[in-house]
Design a protein around this ligand. Sequence first.
Ligand code: GA4
Length: 323
Amino acid sequence: MVVLSKQAIDHFSLITPTFFPGVPLIDLSKPDSKNLLVKACEEFGFFKVINHGVPTEFITNLETEAIKFFSSPLSKKEKAGPPSPFGYGNKSIGQNGDIGWVEYLLLTTNPEFNYQRFASIFGENPEIFRSAVNEYVSAVKSMACEILGLLSDGLKIQHRNVFSKLLMDEQSDSVFRMNHYPPCQGVDGRDLIGFGEHTDPQIISVLRSNNTSGLQISLRDGHWISVPPDQDSFFINVGNSLQVMTNGRFKSVRHRVVTNSSKSRVSMIYFGGPPLSEKIAPLPSLMKGEEDSLYKEFTWFEYKRSAHKSRLSDNRLVLFEKI
Ligand code: GA4
């Protein structure tokens, strides 16, 4: 188990900014959503969606199972770890020394694989947890694909499935994560870092949390803002791969989570990624006139390998930028 020293606590604490009211809000049932989506991806790389079509029952079922799991004895949870690459993790994030005030389950979205894991973790009733994950992930993936379709419409790309087909591919390398941030008092009026600042490597990330605050995003000018929590909505992040495919027109958002002094935060995030063999490069149809590609072409396998060698806060795209 990782124990945070006084030194680490000093390093991982900060003053929390106030809530920001200007997070773009997209109503997926409205006909103008495609243009608003494009604008949000250009300006923030982040937005909130309502009328998303994911049944509340799927969300509450999975949240109940997640809370049951995180409330179980550490010795039981640790049987599902370490998360290399999938399983239970506690305070330690990734393989390169990052830590945060968080425990989590990291899963592949491949149902076969999860079954093997759950069979050993949830002795009595693995089927209930497994089906809660599968029904939730499949509904959230549909919503992510709908958003990606609307984005390609908004960008006037001829084939509207150019992004969504990567998530729909049987070989799609997507990940699902459930995080639990126990309440934490913080130090000297400063909050502790739950999950350090980073951008997501994949195409798109879909986050849902309970009503506990903690998520912060970095604006284009570098200022950090707190995102008001909303358990009935989803928050969407542009990932590094979508930034590359749009040749930098969409920006992957830097974000982090700070702990709450009195309440637990539980979040679940679907990271929609392409197949490992997929070549990621700016789409020629998005390059205007003489516009040059800002990035070297790479496969998702190459990017992922390089990401897993990095520290959480690193700018992972610099290695793939053209000079
Ligand atoms: C950030 C997004 C996802 O949570 C994740 C993370 C992954 C991990 O937890 O193992 C990484 C991080 C994430 C990027 C850099 C590397 C890998 C931790 C880390 C330090 C599951 C992912 O795909 O990339």
